[in-house]
Design a protein around this ligand. Structure first.
Ligand code: URA
Length: 189
């Protein structure tokens, strides 16, 4: 029988397969288990570590704003991260940390079965396409399989540091909405 997301939550709480679990709390994804669209960030930050939920700090507030700009709510989508623990001082996750946490992300994707995966930033994009740079690929749909499209977008935190990226993120979300609408009308035919 297939695991459920709450069962996965229970399993990750007792998992010690990543060195970061010594210093941080596990943060699995959350959202609609039947979501057609899944957002994947890099790793939890301080607020996420405190609350055990993804994207609930400043980057998460901006993500909520971006979702609202295309009439989506967190409950409509599924939101997760490549790495399931906060790296100390929010440093970039190490390659081995990404690798150790990878099976959790694979399990989440297998359970949710999204049609569109949105990697937020370069770490999540590299999980799917190692050679693509976020600077050139953001806002452009990439076919992953016959049924799954990857739609890369800058990480919302990047716009908190570099205000010029803010508009780019809103533009990419609008493109994402057009892509989702096109998919829906193709389904209706
Ligand atoms: N940044 C991320 O990549 N993920 C979070 O959950 C929060 C901030």
């Amino acid at each position: 029988m297939e695991l459920t997301i709450p069962q996965l939550q229970e399993k990750i709480k007792v998992w010690k397969g990543c060195a970061l679990s010594k210093t941080a709390n596990a943060v699995l994804g959350e959202g609609n288990p039947h979501a057609e669209i899944m957002f994947i960030g890099e790793a939890p930050g301080q607020k996420e570590d405190e609350l055990g939920r993804p994207f609930v700090g400043p980057a998460g507030q901006f993500l909520d704003e971006l979702l609202a700009s295309i009439s989506l709510k967190r409950e409509d989508v599924y939101i997760s991260n490549v790495v399931k623990y906060r790296p100390p001082n929010n440093r970039d996750p190490l390659p081995e940390e990404k690798e150790q946490c990878m099976p959790w992300l694979m399990l989440e994707i297998a359970l949710i079965k999204p049609r569109v995966i949105v990697p937020l930033g370069r770490h999540a994009l590299a999980h799917f396409f190692q050679k693509l740079s976020i600077t050139s690929a953001h806002g452009k749909p990439q076919k992953l399989t016959d049924t799954v499209t990857v739609f890369p977008i800058y990480h919302p935190a990047a716009a908190l540091h570099n205000g010029n990226l803010r508009q780019s993120l809103f533009d990419d979300f609008l493109n994402l909405k057009s892509f989702l609408d096109q998919q829906q009308s193709a389904d209706a035919k």
